[in-house]
Design a protein around this ligand. Structure first.
Ligand SMILES: [Zn+2]
Length: 476
């Protein structure tokens, strides 16, 4: 699906550079040659044959970066809209995650990848914890490579312990076959740390260290992962600047200090934390500790893979808490601490930094050409643009994404995806849904949207490889 690149110029837009000075340039052009940003300025001279895109009245911004999304779940879009985290654990971890075949992972990833590009998310971390076999992993990568976006495969397997799946020869074989240093496909290991004092996850961290790849982990998830896991990681030297802590919503100051001191970052999924129940969206706390932030959408089984929603809900959650805290002191907030420009920064350069990609996340000469144009002549919401950061965070939506460029290639133009066969993806997704419905049976399928919690299983912590249960309930 990857075609030849020709130079592209976006003309006369308002450019949110997200560079070190956070320059906002009005009436500027951005020229892309090959995979890089070649020039930024008014009325640029461009090479012959350059594709011209009118950005007048539009906002040109870096492609957005989502640092945590379970793309394999996208074929179940919206199914769990009313779930709690416990119901999610029961459905995926304990009951039905195991019925997903490689082709189902493939279908979900294709749809998730298309969804990301359509929304202007040019880099997505596929937190792929349904990889029961390396056939599933091959299917995941096949899908990511069939869609012209930038992805990071975060390899995981909730059906097995991290120590077990990372030790398998076929896992090593997969890594050597498929993870080749391709700029369009990064790699992480994805698993959680239960806090069991025996530290059963230790061998998996050792594999990550040996492979030289980052670990991403759901940390600070009410009832499932807590300060015990952070302490174990810290005491064993596994907290690094590359570590990504997802949610980090139910942690004490001690854990935030450890994250800050070791240079890691936190992936905040505000919509997820608000409605699933990992803890209050933590930006208010992690801002105070100076920890770098990126944003994520978690899973389309509840929410859409759209970072406009992430920016908006993150501003809302942070400001709501600030107001409530002030009111509790019989005080009032006169100036919001969290600004629109902060969430735009987290959605772009924040994600790039979390992934160790200095070449992504901003519009600067020499950087990779991952660019989004927000423009919609048919929308009453796209004018006037008076406060560009505020416009991105609170006004714009997925349908305003006119053009998306990834690695110098146009992947969305005039509001339509290019080089993505949605009809074919729809066919695969239909087959997956059909398979899942058949596996569950109609009754379980209907009930699954609001599943009962089996009395023989639990409850908060869904990991079956350890009997350990943390003390979150009493310690918080
Ligand atoms: Zn997650």
């Amino acid at each position: 699906m990857v075609g030849e690149r020709r130079p592209v110029v976006l003309r006369n837009g308002t450019v949110l550079t997200m560079d070190g000075q956070k320059r906002v340039l009005t009436g500027h052009d951005v020229l892309v040659v090959d995979d890089r940003i070649a020039a930024i300025g008014p009325l640029l001279q461009v090479p012959e044959g350059t594709e011209e895109i009118d950005a007048t009245d539009g906002i040109v911004m870096p492609g957005m970066i989502d640092t945590h999304r379970h793309m394999w779940q996208t074929a179940m879009r919206g199914y769990g809209a009313d779930w709690t985290l416990t119901q999610y654990f029961v459905w995926y971890y304990l009951e039905w995650g195991k019925v997903f075949r490689p082709e189902d992972i493939h279908a979900g990833n294709l749809l998730g990848a298309a969804e990301a590009l359509d929304a202007g998310v040019t880099t997505t971390v596929d937190w792929s914890h349904g990889l029961q076999t390396t056939d599933h992993a091959d299917a995941a990568v096949d899908a990511l490579q069939a869609v012209p976006g930038r992805f990071v495969l975060a390899y995981g397997n909730i059906q097995d312990s991290p120590a077990s799946w990372t030790a398998k020869p076929e896992f090593r074989d997969f890594v050597s076959r498929r993870i080749t240093g391709d700029d369009m496909l990064g790699f992480q290991l994805a698993f959680d740390v239960t806090g069991d004092p025996a530290f059963p996850e230790k061998p998996a961290f050792e594999v990550a260290r040996e492979l030289g790849v980052p670990v991403t982990t759901h940390a600070g998830v009410w009832g499932a992962t807590n300060d015990d896991g952070i302490r174990l990681m810290h005491d064993n030297g596994f907290m690094t600047p590359q570590s990504i802590y997802v949610h980090a919503a139910t942690l004490s100051a001690d854990s935030y200090h450890r994250i800050a001191a070791t240079g890691g970052s936190i992936s905040v999924s505000t919509e997820s934390e608000q409605s699933a129940g990992q803890g209050y969206p933590p930006t208010w706390a992690i801002r105070a500790h100076g920890i770098p932030v990126s944003l994520s959408m978690d899973t389309s089984v509840w929410w859409s893979g759209d970072l406009f929603s992430a920016m908006r809900s993150t501003l809302g959650a942070d400001r709501a808490r600030e107001h409530m805290a002030a009111h509790a002191r019989n005080d009032t907030v006169t100036h919001s601490s969290l600004r629109a420009e902060h969430v735009v920064e987290w959605a772009t350069v924040g994600g790039a930094k979390a992934l160790g990609r200095d070449d992504l996340g901003s519009i600067e000469i020499g950087k990779k050409a991952d660019i989004v144009l927000l423009r919609n002549e048919n929308s009453p919401v796209m004018f006037p643009v008076l406060n560009p950061y505020g416009h991105v965070a609170f006004q714009a939506q997925r349908s305003d994404v006119d053009t998306v460029v990834v690695d110098g290639r146009i992947v969305k133009r005039d509001h339509r995806l290019v080089g993505v066969d949605l009809k074919a993806i729809r066919g695969q997704v239909e087959q997956t849904v059909e398979h899942l419905r058949a596996q569950l049976g109609e009754e379980a399928w209907e009930k699954g949207m609001n599943p009962d919690i089996p009395t023989t299983k639990v409850l908060d912590n869904p990991y079956t490889y350890t009997e350990y249960r943390g003390d979150t309930r009493t310690s918080v």
